[in-house]
Structure formats: C-alpha cells, structure tokens
Design a protein around this ligand. Sequence first.
Ligand code: CIR
Length: 262
Amino acid sequence: MTPSHKFSHAIVRQPARTVIDGLRENKAQQPDFQRLLAEHAAYKTALQQAGVQLIELDPLDTFPDSLFVEDPALVFSEGAIVLRSGAPSRRGEADAITPVLKDHFDTVQYLPEDCFVDGGDVLVTPKEVLIGLSERTNESGGLALQACLKRIGKDSRLVHTPPGVLHFKSDCSLLSDTQILSTRRLADSGVFSHLETVLVDDAELTCANALRVNDTLLLAAEHPHTHQKLTALGFNVVELATREITKVDAGLSCMSLRWNNP
Ligand code: CIR
C-alpha cells in the first residue's frame, strides 16, 4: 500500500499583500509581509526538494488567508472535495480554487448548503479520515464530508478539536502510517488509539503542525526539544521558519494541498 505521506503534487498559492490582515486570535501581532514571503518561498523550495511538483496559484488580494490552500478543499488520488469554510471571510476561496481542482481531478464533489468544514480539521490516516468538529467545522459539515469520503471509498470518524484550538491539525500531524505527532491535550482525548503517539514538548505546542512529505519531515524551527526527539526516532527533519505565518495562526500543513498521482 502507498504510504499516506507519499506525495507527487501540491497546490500552493502565493501570499497576497492583504495577508497582514489575515484572521487571527491575537490582533496585537501583525506579520511582516516581506518576511512572510520569505517563509513561503522557503516552504515551496522544501516541498520541491522533497520530490513534489508544485502547481503555483496567483495571490488573491480579496482573500487575506487564501495562501492557506489546505482549508478550502481536500484532495486524494481518487478525487477532490470542495469545502465551505466556517469563517465567512474565507468562503470565496472555495470558488477560486474549484477550476484548478477541475483541471487536475476527474471527480470533484461539493458540500451541501449550511455544511461547514475547514481542511485544517481533517487528518488523513491510512485506516480512516478523522474530522475534527471545531469553531470552523460543524456537525452537518462533518456528516456531509463523511458521505463524500464514502463515495471515494474512505472510512471516516467525527472527533473533537480541543477547545480553544483553531483546527484539529493545529495540534497533530501524521509522521508515518503508524505514528502521530500530537500535543498532550489532544492525545489525552484518546482519539489516536490506533496510532503510536509521539508527544511534542509541552513548551513547543506550535510545532505539532508538522508536515511529512515523502522522506522529509518539515518542522517549524525553534522547537529544539521536539526536533531532537524526532531526529532520535530516525526522521529526516528539515526546519522551516514559521514566525510570521504563526502570527496569523497558521502552520506548515496549511500552505499546500498535497496528493499522490501514481
Ligand atoms: C485562519 O484563521 O483561517 C487563518 N488565519 C489560518 C488558517 C490556518 N490553516 C490551517 O491550519 N489549515
């Protein structure tokens, strides 16, 4: 079976200048546009060096958060699913990305009205897809997504995103087909009973959103304890600066939509 972290292609979107007005919990912090661009450029290079072919989309000034392409859609070798964000300011991003999905996938499914799901709440594991209910992902959205997933042969389960956490994957990421990187608060909910859990250091929560791509594990820089732990486990860790994107509550998985085209 192809490992879940095997990716041949990814969609990315260039940050718009308006990203400095992106949604965030802490309004007191605003990202620096030039430094954020540099972070994004390094991210794209790291994906390419990990063996991924990029499909690069133009910036969208009307949608400050549109570089976070993981949220408006889900993509699999079997087809794409267009989502509807629980954040009103992000709803138009789905329409903007749909033509690109139609160009690359034979099957594109859509959620019905009043169903809200952000891709950041969806974790794909070999056994099942976990859908974290959150401020952005409502129950009808989760149920509608389960029906879409079933149509392309994928089992799924509705779970809960920890209170106060933006997205389910803000707190976890798949390291391999059998291992998950997670915060303690999420792991303690028992949701990962079928996976071996590697905990991020309690003082390094923001690196829980890592990104395994082929033989490379992308990890937010400045999280030395977790980095050391993952290196000791044998992962090929590549650090990426995330100071600016973190100011708009984002992490590494958010900036690409990845799939394997065998
Ligand atoms: C938002 O609040 O929607 C953006 N500022 C951050 C989105 C991060 N996306 C993700 O975790 N998948």
